[in-house]
Write a protein that binds this ligand. Sequence first.
Ligand code: NVA
Length: 370
Amino acid sequence: MRPAPIRPEPLPARSPVNIHNEWDPLEEIIVGSLEGMVIPPWEPGLAGPMYEPHFPLFKTQGGKPWPAELARKAEQELEGLARVLEAEGVKVRRPAKVDWSKNFSSPDWSSPSGLGAANPRDSLLVIGNEIIETPMAWRSRYFETLAFKPLLKEYWAAGAGWISAPRPQLHDDLYAKDFVQPKKGELGKFVLNDHEPIFDAADVIKCGRDIFMGLSSTCNHAGVEWLRRYLRDRHGDTYRVHELLFDDQHPMHIDATFYPLAPGKLLVHPERVVKVPEIFKDWDVFRAPEPHIPDEHPLYFSSKWMNLNVLMIDEKRVIATQGEERTLELLKKKGFEPIPIPFWNFNNFGGSFHCATLDIRRQGSLQSYF
Ligand code: NVA
């Protein structure tokens, strides 16, 4: 007897995943989790984007739990974000529990532990109705999407696209040896070379048909080229992938540097963006004001510029940090309706509202904004 042909279920008219920009009305989002997050173990990729005062911590305490009180305060703020999103009518999903303290290895290297699932924006890139698992730069993050597999399977079963970019080898040869971080004005110096495509999803920001990627110590030119070719093969000329270069001494992720918040409105870092691409000539481009975050926050993974890392619920409503008065004022002046939430304690663990979340579905369709 010949096997019966496989008859896939007809896909629903509307995918459970639909993201074209940062601002269409938000319907569903993943909020990360700090549960079981550990201190990242030292590895060559950290020498580019991380901050030197924390190197000894990563070198001596990697794989161990974070100070409990710091983690507890951050967790509280993250839960607060989830509650506010729900109160605004957004469906909130959470990662599965993973034991991040376990070690793992490839034939080329071993990692004493994973990291965590606090920042879903990094390992998964959503474009249209498809989710792409990204080829991340750090070995400790190699298995980070495990926390999202139950959700990925659910979205796929309901009709979303799901693919993984080529799994990177992350061999020692990918990273500069004895890397010295760039000085101000020294653009284009990164810990990664172009031996294979590498990018974190947070190196990408979406603006309809135009997709912007910032070269960084977690995103190389080969990574940009991989995404460009992948989208071209799949969608023809639909997308234009723009490669950007910033003046950042710890380059990692675009979303505290260059952020199209709504049609015609681009928020930029006051020093890192040396040249705004010509394509934005008719947009209102505004520079973020100095942040207010007090110096006692250790900010283990980032600069103090987390005031830029907001989250749009729609073209007007924006989740921004309570206490960042200058930023809140600017956002109001530009016609937004900020919803301030305390988040400085979460900022210690790798970013702010945009990093801590991953948009899954927004209303709206693919447009060109230029
Ligand atoms: N590398 C950026 C973080 C982006 C969320 C910064 O430290 O400002």
